[in-house]
Design a protein around this ligand. Structure first.
Ligand code: UDX
Length: 434
């Protein structure tokens, strides 16, 4: 049954969620954002950021999608999804100001006695839902009568967001009241995957736990990779075999230069700060971050050994976004990587098909000291050594012949054909544990 849904915030989560509701369920979706530019983009059938497949989904469903900066239009909805940013505060805790500001913006328009569900999709620490409910109750609204509340975390990956949203592994919904559960069941009735209905706090905890476990898997693989690199063992072969045990899954055991992005670093820090607030020690999660912080430096040491020092050499760093198929540079490992290479006295040339401008704006300290190559070819031609940070498709297609004679290549993402490169007489290929 088609419903009326408002989506507040048109970032990755909001834009993709709204487009998915229109595509899969036929719901009518109103995007609301305080930034007019983003609203105008959506109106013209375009995503406000780079995400493969999203423009097509937005333009295909144009008749069901609307966008506005006017919060009063949320009056007409059955459910209002909060999809605003929850960035980290300097102390590692989660900054919830955008969530409460969004609640403040919709408040004047939900006090007319019509029952609407407020749904938080943004990643928020457990107990946030209770605080939002309290804020609404302070305005005289009664939960279950004047409004409903649900926590409905999103698990999509940037670069694969459209696919993940159209084909979720599971849908998690934590409801604060019975009427909300009925509305949420209707909203998601077109999805066939497993749906978990639980309470709000549990749903919030599921999201943090999922991201913390995935981040832990990566840091685990990276720590094992360090030992493998000294033993001459291929950590990917080790993980392939380990994962054949039915108790283990092979995903997110790919060693490399560490994890970046807007979620894993922030959510692990957010979880640590929750432990700290409750005076519970967290050795494991702190170690997950420690391994991730030092992994680029471990890579630099491998490069140094292979090249016989980095001073006055030119190193080409390929890929600045935190992973392929996105121009997002938040928490990218390219930043500590380049900083470390520069501190060794090397010159750094960089190439990225999409993220160079974002990188220079986000990290001006390093941005001022690097040379932006016009193409992958230019970066290779002007460097003594190459470090692959992001496994873009054009990088994956490179062969030993694409490189200069004697060039050292540190493949930080196992993007290249390892066998071919290791057997090549033309270049020196090194991995991080393979
Ligand atoms: C992540 C989660 O996957 C998603 O479910 C969540 O809701 C949001 O955060 P995202 O940050 O977009 O998604 O990207 P993801 O594909 O998970 O990669 C995160 C980082 O981990 C990247 O830097 C990636 O290169 C790195 N990574 C991933 C590894 O180093 N090894 C792996 O095996 C997998």
């Amino acid at each position: 049954m088609a419903m009326k849904i408002s989506v507040v915030g048109t970032g990755y989560v909001g834009a993709v969620t709204g487009a998915t509701f229109a595509e899969v369920c036929g719901h009518s979706v109103l995007f609301v954002d305080v930034i007019k530019d983003k609203v105008d983009k959506i109106r013209s059938g375009k995503a406000p950021f780079y995400e493969p497949g999203l423009d097509e989904l937005l333009s295909k469903n144009r008749d069901k999608l609307h966008a506005t900066t006017d919060f009063s239009e949320v009056r007409d909805s059955d459910a209002i999804f909060l999809c605003v940013g929850t960035p980290p505060s300097p102390d590692g805790s989660v900054d919830l100001s955008q969530v409460f500001s969004a609640v403040g913006c919709i408040l004047p328009y939900i006090q007319d006695g019509k029952f609407r569900v407020i749904v938080t999709k943004s990643t928020v620490p457990p107990t946030t839902g209770e605080k939002v409910i309290k804020r609404l109750e302070q305005k005289g609204l009664v939960l279950g009568r004047d409004f409903g509340y649900a926590s409905n975390p999103e698990f999509l990956r940037e670069g694969n967001a459209v696919h993940d949203s159209l084909h979720p592994d599971r849908i998690v919904v934590g409801c604060a009241d019975k009427k909300t559960e009925d509305v949420m069941k209707k909203i998601y009735s077109s999805f066939q995957c497993t749906k978990i209905f639980t309470d709000v706090r549990t749903a919030e905890m599921i999201k943090y736990t999922a991201n913390a476990l995935l981040a832990t898997k990566i840091s685990f693989a990276n720590e094992i990779a360090r030992l493998c690199s000294r033993l001459g063992v291929d950590v990917y072969h080790v993980m392939d075999a380990v994962a054949l045990d039915h108790r283990v899954n092979r995903e997110f055991l790919n060693a490399g230069l560490g994890f970046g992005g807007s979620c894993f670093p922030k959510d692990v820090k957010g979880l640590i700060s929750l432990f700290e607030n409750m005076n519970i020690p967290t050795n494991l999660l702190s170690s997950v971050l420690d391994v991730n912080e030092s992994q680029p430096l471990f890579g630099i040491n491998i490069l140094k050994e292979s090249l016989g020092g980095l001073s006055r050499r030119t190193v080409g760093v390929i890929g600045l976004s935190f992973k392929e198929n996105t121009d997002d540079v938040r928490e990218t490992r390219a930043y500590p990587l380049i900083k470390g290479i520069l501190s060794e006295g090397a010159r750094v040339v960089v190439y990225d098909p999409l993220a160079s401008e974002n990188f220079v704006n986000e990290y001006p300290d390093v941005g001022q000291k690097i040379v932006l190559a016009k193409s992958l070819r230019d970066a290779i031609d002007s460097s003594d050594a190459i470090v692959i940070h992001t496994a873009w498709d054009e990088v994956k297609r490179l062969s030993p012949n694409s490189f200069k004679e004697g060039q050292v290549i540190l493949d930080g993402r196992r993007a290249l054909d390892v066998e071919k490169f290791k057997n090549s007489d033309k270049v020196t290929y090194v991995g991080i544990g393979w």
